[in-house]
Design a binder for this molecule. Structure first.
Ligand code: SF4
Length: 251
């Protein structure tokens, strides 16, 4: 909670996720993989204009029609297939989603091709309003600086066990982590870091990295990641599921 308070006092409410419907959140979560959010916004506008930002329409349209609208986000063939899959899921389950237990819903989302932990939890949190803490590359990076390490589920458990089960808190906390990492970690502003000098935050875990280790963490997340991008996932054309690099989150 100390980390949240610190980030909130500096950066305030981030108002994530900017979308008109839960399905639009899910579409954004797929499109944002390995691209900038600006490209996602363009693609969403295109889909809206083409009448394809509805689950039923997107589930049944020709794949080429989807590709045409989302070309600006890159990996458009793969993303078009994934969008159609998620659209089929929403089309079939839309009314049932609010009543599904969270873990069951999570498993079903993970069964959709191209949906990994990060995308599933983003949809759960921002579209289905479930208290699932999203872990991305930025969370891992900041976590290492305060001595929190582990695989996806371990990190998620770490945060969830220490936070109240509050959806709005989870939403804003993840957004704050991304914003902070963009503005500080990606720009190698470790000498100005608000986190590393705060003993209340550093008390979270005993295994605090030394300064030179933390500075190494400021290396860019990947060669394909512009420093100014945000929210969550990345995919490679050959991968079945996502892997996180902290790309493409809403601004
Ligand atoms: S600014 Fe540097 S020291 Fe601070 S959290 Fe980011 S990587 Fe760690």
């Amino acid at each position: 909670m100390e980390l949240y308070k610190k980030l909130f006092s500096k950066l305030g409410d981030q108002h994530w996720w900017p979308a008109e419907t839960p399905f639009e959140v899910a579409v954004g979560a797929i499109l944002t993989q390995q691209t900038r959010w600006e490209n996602v916004e363009r693609a969403i506008t295109n889909l809206k204009r083409a009448g394809l930002l509805e689950a039923e329409a997107l589930a049944t349209v020709e794949i080429e029609a989807i590709e045409e609208q989302i070309r600006c986000t890159g990996f458009y063939h793969q993303k078009a297939e994934r969008l159609r899959e998620i659209a089929r899921y929403f089309s079939k389950n839309g009314n049932k989603i609010p009543n599904k237990p969270t873990e069951r819903l999570r498993r079903e989302l993970l069964d959709i091709k191209g949906v990994g932990d990060e995308t599933a939890d983003s949809i759960l949190l921002y579209a289905a309003e479930r208290p699932k803490f999203v872990i991305d590359a930025y969370t891992r990076r900041i976590g290492e600086c305060i001595g929190i390490k582990g695989n996806y589920r371990e990190l998620q458990r770490h945060f969830e066990e220490r936070l109240p089960q509050n959806v709005e808190l989870y939403k804003n906390f993840h957004a704050l982590i991304v914003r902070y990492a963009k503005e500080y970690c990606n720009k190698k502003r470790c000498d100005e870091c608000l986190i590393k000098e705060d003993p209340r935050i550093q008390k979270i875990e005993p295994s605090r990295p030394e300064l030179n280790e933390r500075e190494e963490l400021c290396e860019p997340l990947g060669t394909d990641q512009p420093p100014e991008t945000i929210f969550k996932t990345t995919i490679s054309p050959s991968e079945e599921t996502e892997s996180s690099n902290g790309l493409g989150t809403p601004p």
